[in-house]
Design a protein around this ligand. Sequence first.
Ligand SMILES: O=C(O)CCC(=O)C(=O)O
Ligand SMILES: [Fe+2]
Length: 407
Amino acid sequence: MDRETRVFAESHFRGLRGRLPGGVCPTPDRVDFIETPDSFSYTDFFKGYLLPNVPCVFSSAFTEGWGSRRHWVTPSGKPDFDYLLQNYGDVVVPVANCGVQEYNSNPKEHMHLRDYISYWKDFIQGDYSSPRGCLYLKDWHLCRDFSAEGLFTLPVYFSSDWLNEYWDALDVDDYRFIYMGPTGTWSPFHADIFRSFSWSVNICGRKKWLFFPPGQEEALRDCHGSLPFDVTAPAFLDSRLCPVPKHCSPPLEVTQEAGEMVFVPSGWHHQVHNLEDTISINHNWVNGCNLANMWHFLQQELCAVQREVIMKSCSGINFEEFYHFLKVIAEKRLLLAKEIDPGEVECSERSGLGPQQTIFDICRIAEVLASVVVNPDFQRVDTSMFSPRPEDLLQQLEEVVAATESL
Ligand SMILES: O=C(O)CCC(=O)C(=O)O
Ligand SMILES: [Fe+2]
């Protein structure tokens, strides 16, 4: 990141004055398609899509050299079942049943990849139907459970990824997933966990995405306040005609072809349909641009009674863990900040994201942490054993913000 971009970003956040990113930009009427990697920099993505929080699609040229695109796909563009069986047949993977609704998602079971592939082959043979229903392999942590060496290269646009940086530092989990399933598999209407961003690359196959900008989902709630499960279901479309037609613009629709990469912004609800037998790599990620959205979301998740318990069950994270997440990233950035040479703050975009990105990250964490420490529910958490104490960490961050302002 260069200085001009950081100054631009900071004035963007100042301009929001505490409102959430993404809520202020006019909704685009179409999704941009980025054709060539050579003429599209990290800064172009940062200013054009990440900061304004709008979706875009990158052409297959961006994933040209990926090993998964060579190894997992037959010459005719279909999933290479033999290769997958040979290399991953024994792995246990999570599988969702697309035909069954359980609250607002699908029930999941676990099975060996070899059994899933055998189901998939039968499904194709049975003309894309099966007495077992329509099964979708989702959220397989291939990178966590195996080495993903050579399968893909993290695009620079998505490289400021604190969620995976945090989990990698703890060495326990990640938010890097593989999805695979036949034509007809689909993901119900949702926004991503913690209001994270996601990116998704089709290794083979095609997906149809329906995107709803943040806030539009309010118009889709039923009379009980529940969000829809399937925005394409005839029953849902009929029910919305009465009693009161609510204002909701049609979703932005994207068809993602093989090799193409979709950027899903923070807090955008979406529904996704596989139009062919499809394999994709999907990551969820959080950084300085959507950290405030995550914090806002976690506070909203707090219900009136049994706050901590409920919050943990809704989103899988409580205030203490959120502080821990901020602390791990903050301490790494404070170390990097110590190494900033005031004479050499500008860096080439090739070597990581550079000192200006470090300063930006520290500013964003300081802003959100300042809100965390004054939150009445956080104040009820016993922080006496935290090291460092939240107030001390905030002070350290604010000192660096002040010291680096002019860089
Ligand atoms: O590909 C899918 O089925 C769902 C992907 C998705 O929801 C995401 O990447 O955020
Ligand atoms: Fe999603």
